[in-house]
Design a protein. Structure first.
Length: 428
């Protein structure tokens, strides 16, 4: 017999279905609660609300587990290329060599931007935030490919749209940086790997071609792999909400970029570096910042700490911390911000305020130091996150349509005025 939950309201009982996922996670299905009882459930911020069934990514926040399609993040981070992981997340299985070749060829085919699209970059002010440019340009790309405005969750049209997006997001991001620095665009080179090609578009100069060293390429790959998906976070949920109206994939992921931009989400990676630079420049002791973060009136939070789901270490931060050390060592670099970050982490792990609230370093805490080491400018950090997260956004959009999910439309409990008569302006 399938498991049931019973809800008692007054003297009435309501039987609700219980669903168990493959990792034994359980939910109570309340879809019919309102029609049966007149009650809705309330959960601002959706901390305890499941919005979908998904087979893409598994997160166990208590035990610090993250798996893409069943594969542990530690193994993936060590062995996989971002292109393989993008394929895995999109199609459910790791690619065979022949499939990887076809996928890589599609990424190469769609890497360049339409020449008319390139002209749009000159319309942005030099100091325009790259996240604003990315979001705007993703919507614009769709104008040059009217065929992808048709909504398809599988088949050749979907394959083309997914490859186009995964590839062009990298070109748009690099061009946004080149435009802001007044440098000529570097067009994609099909002979380079996904990561090297991006770094070439970012850093090659007319007088000197940029060739990524194996260490830098590996670090870039790791960054993208670790950001490839993270189930129903703020930006992915945004992509799903927008996609649920059957909006096309381009506008859905453009909305995801906007959600990611916020300092409590992807924007935190740049926030961490700004905070560490501030600590360094001010010369104040760490305790000043720690106490300020505890003071609710200060409006200040320690960037890179805390997570809605992880109530223990974020496994991505453990991998990044180790890799940051290795990459700095291999590149023969010394970053004083790493010293400050390590000291801050050690202090937090001994502080009751943070321990009692289960606030540990999240993915953003060490990722900025990795990006600094490979020469990515600070205002591009959240854009880097967006490039990495693209497979997750596309895959969640695809799954939403495959499940034919209803339009997202939460309810509310109204707390405003009850009915009152309109007052004409001369009588107010
Ligand atoms: N510094 C100080 N206090 C914090 C922090 C922090 N970084 N994070 C949470 N807290 C405190 C809150 O003030 C709250 O305290 P209270 O119980 O006394 O009121 C408690 O911890 C719980 O915090 P919430 O805001 O309820 O937790 P929530 O799950 O809503 O937020 C979030 C999670 C947004 C990540 C939060 O921890 C935060 O703002 N962190 C800093 C920004 C950051 O690093 N964001 C990146 C997250 S990872 C990602 O999105 C890719």
């Amino acid at each position: 017999m399938s498991e049931k939950a019973t809800l008692q309201i007054g003297d009435k009982h309501y039987d609700l279905d219980v669903f168990t996922g493959t990792e034994n996670e359980k939910c109570i299905d309340i879809q019919e609660l309102r029609s049966k009882s007149g009650y809705i459930t309330m959960d601002p911020g959706y901390g305890n609300t499941g919005s979908c069934y998904s087979s893409i990514t598994y997160v166990d926040g208590t035990n610090g587990i993250l798996r893409y399609r069943g594969y542990p993040i530690e193994q993936v981070a060590e062995q996989a290329t971002f292109v393989e992981i993008a394929y895995l997340i999109l199609y459910g299985e790791l690619p065979q060599e022949s499939e990887r070749k076809v996928f890589s060829a599609a990424l190469n085919e769609h890497a360049a931007l339409h020449t008319n699209l390139e002209h749009h970059f000159s319309g942005f002010p030099k100091d325009a935030p790259p996240m604003a440019i990315l979001s705007a340009m993703l919507n614009l790309v769709a104008c040059f490919h009217p065929e992808v405005l048709e909504v398809h969750s599988e088949g050749p049209e979907f394959d083309k749209t997914a490859a186009l997006l995964l590839s062009k997001v990298r070109t748009i991001s690099a061009f946004a940086y080149r435009m802001a620095t007044g440098k000529p665009f570097n067009h994609p080179n099909p002979h380079l790997s996904y990561c090297s090609n991006f770094l070439h578009m970012m850093f090659s100069e007319p007088y000197k071609e940029y060739i990524a060293s194996p260490v830098v390429e590996r670090a870039m790959n790791l960054f993208f792999v670790l950001h490839a998906d993270h189930e129903q976070n703020c930006s992915t949920s945004t992509v799903r909400v927008v996609g649920s109206s059957r909006a096309n994939l381009f506008s859905s992921v453009a909305a995801g970029v906007c959600a990611l931009w916020g300092p409590l989400h992807g924007g935190a990676n740049a926030g961490v570096i700004k905070m560490l630079e501030d600590i360094k420049a001010s010369g104040r002791p760490l305790t000043y910042y720690i106490e300020k973060a505890k003071d609710k009136n200060s409006g200040f939070r320690l960037m890179g700490f805390g997570h809605r789901v992880y109530k223990n270490f974020d496994p991505r931060s453990i991998i990044l911390k180790k890799q940051v050390h290795e990459v700095l060592h291999e590149l023969n670099l010394d970053d004083s911000l790493l010293e400050i970050a390590l000291e801050l982490e050690a202090a937090i792990l001994n502080d009751d305020y943070f321990l009692s609230r289960h606030l540990y370093p999240n993915v953003d805490f060490y990722s900025g130091i990795l990006l600094r080491a490979i020469g990515i400018p600070l205002n591009m950090y959240t854009v880097m996150f967006a490039i990495g997260r693209m497979p997750g956004w596309i895959s969640n959009w695809k799954e939403l349509l495959q499940h034919d999910q209803r339009i997202s439309r939460p309810r509310q409990i109204y707390t405003g005025y009850t009915e009152r008569p309109f007052v004409p302006i001369e009588q107010r």
